[in-house]
Design a protein around this ligand. Structure first.
Ligand code: ATP
Ligand code: MG
Length: 356
């Protein structure tokens, strides 16, 4: 069923471990906000992940991509367990989805949240978004190992940047910056990586020049990493290649206090294909089944999904309700409290219903 203005069809993959605890929490929160804001979400659950792999030898159904392509968006919990290698999880589910649906933007919003203490003493006003190029760049399959076992043994890994690929991610980042505070930082290393990075700089600069009101600053990745720790509140939007964006995303999400808070989106901005929304954390086997997982990263990812589906006011209401719950001290153990996943969602749903 395709998307009509006020009815959205969403594929849900709870996955493994705490995925199956935080996903129902996010679904409940979205249903509450949808009821208040006059739209409905039709959820279709797909039981894919490690159990599916153990039973069928694949992370998802044979026609999984085809099934997913019929939905407006995909909400994912976490896939992976300690006994299954990471590359099975990645290549069996996440990478095929990312490629098939041309999800070339990986979005990682990072902000300070009320009632939550991060590792930095004075950083209380972080509000930035990392836009990571998600399908090309350093993570290519071109290269190999040569002269194995000989003194001249070597390994070569090629990075591939295309004009179209850099321009579209830079264009997305520039539009996002113009809707926010107008600041765009581009991560580079053109002093050391002399072919691909000057090309990245050139295409980013050309693309951003077409966006009035956006101030572009290009910063070497090493200096940028240091600045993110020392002055994170200075950043608005950061655009980075696949590898640099991967590293900066983890650094930035660590600044806010718990990995349980961090959200992400894998976007096909043109909406030609469904986009995927998932928390940054994994299946967390050490706390799975205890009902104490922090659902904020998953709920925030669902809010990114609502925004992508055009439900901007509902998305904001959801985030406001999360802030209200945190500010009221409803904190899961990872944030130093003793609230359960259920307590947190109840607080969010109560706020949403009360402000209706
Ligand atoms: P995976 O391989 O699935 O990524 P992982 O063990 O590498 O799993 P996470 O699952 O993200 O990584 O867990 C890292 C640590 O953070 C664990 O100690 C886990 O309990 C904790 N953690 C992760 N997510 C949450 C959450 N939502 N709430 C509370 N703690 C969490
Ligand atoms: Mg992990």
């Amino acid at each position: 069923e395709r998307h009509t203005a006020r009815r959205h069809s969403v594929a849900v993959i709870p996955g493994d471990g705490i995925g199956s605890e935080v996903v129902p929490a996010a679904v409940a929160a979205v249903d509450a906000v949808a009821a208040v804001h006059g739209f409905t979400v039709r959820w279709t659950e797909y039981p894919w992940g490690s159990d599916h792999y153990r039973r069928h030898g694949r992370m998802m159904a044979v026609d999984g991509l085809d099934l997913l392509s019929r939905h407006d968006a995909i909400l994912l919990g976490a896939v992976g367990t300690p006994d299954i290698p990471d590359d099975v999880t990645l290549w069996g589910l996440l990478i095929p989805i990312r490629r098939q649906f041309d999800q070339y933007v990986n979005l990682r919003p990072v902000r300070s949240m009320p009632g939550v203490r991060g590792p930095l003493r004075d950083a209380n006003d972080i509000d930035l978004v990392i836009v990571r190029e998600n399908v090309e760049g350093e993570y290519s399959e071109i290269g190999g190992r040569f002269h194995r076992g000989r003194p001249e043994e070597m390994a070569i890994q090629e990075a591939v940047f295309t004009r179209a690929g850099v321009a579209r991610v830079a264009g997305y980042a520039a539009r996002l910056a113009s809707e926010r505070r107008g600041g765009l930082t581009s991560a580079t290393k053109s002093n050391g990586i002399i072919h691909t990075m000057p090309f990245w700089d050139e295409v980013v600069a050309e693309t951003v020049a077409a966006s009035p009101g956006v101030a572009l600053r290009k910063v070497l990745i090493d200096a940028l990493a240091a600045e993110l720790v020392l002055r994170p509140e200075r950043f608005d939007v950061i655009v980075a290649s696949n590898l640099f964006g991967d590293i900066l995303s983890d650094l930035a999400s660590a600044l806010t206090g718990s990995i349980g808070l961090a959200a992400s989106a894998n976007l096909n901005p043109e909406r030609k294909h469904p986009s995927l929304f998932e928390p940054v954390h994994g299946s967390a086997p050490d706390i799975a089944g205890k009902g104490i997982a922090n659902p904020v990263g998953q709920i925030w990812s669902a809010a990114l999904m609502l925004r992508h589906l055009g439900e901007e006011t509902a998305a904001q209401a959801l985030l406001d309700a999360v802030d209200a719950a945190l500010a009221a001290g409803v904190l899961t153990p990872d944030l130093g409290g003793n609230a359960t996943t259920g307590d947190f969602v109840s607080a969010v749903v109560t706020t949403i219903t009360a402000t209706a």
